[in-house]
Design a protein around this ligand. Sequence first.
Ligand SMILES: C[S@@+](CC[C@H](N)C(=O)[O-])C[C@H]1O[C@@H](n2cnc3c(N)ncnc32)[C@H](O)[C@@H]1O
Length: 102
Amino acid sequence: MGHTQHLTITRVWSIPTPGQNEKVHGKHPTQKPIKLLERIIAASTNPLDLILDPFMGSGTTGVASIRNKRRFIGIEINENFYNIANERNLIAYQDQVDSLFI
Ligand SMILES: C[S@@+](CC[C@H](N)C(=O)[O-])C[C@H]1O[C@@H](n2cnc3c(N)ncnc32)[C@H](O)[C@@H]1O
């Protein structure tokens, strides 16, 4: 037999914590990286699916949903976190709309 190449296949996702650019609208103590949510959404949903995050915090699931053309409903009990999420989600929507006209 010829040369055998060994590949290491891992189930560990290595994604850094959110950078300052993901916190410009305010901080949440357990904010997740957008890249992590985008990966979960791509792996488990289809375009136009409706995603519900009943504990949305600063709205990362919403941003990842909108960027990947999923519909999104978020619920958040804390008004400050809700306002951060709302602002981030509105900007994500606006970016999607803008991309249609470039
Ligand atoms: C772990 S954090 C979510 C963080 C989010 N994944 C992010 O990336 O920003 C959970 C959130 O659930 C909210 N929460 C707790 N109890 C709630 C309730 N009964 N209804 C709605 N939101 C609630 C908290 O205020 C907190 O922001």
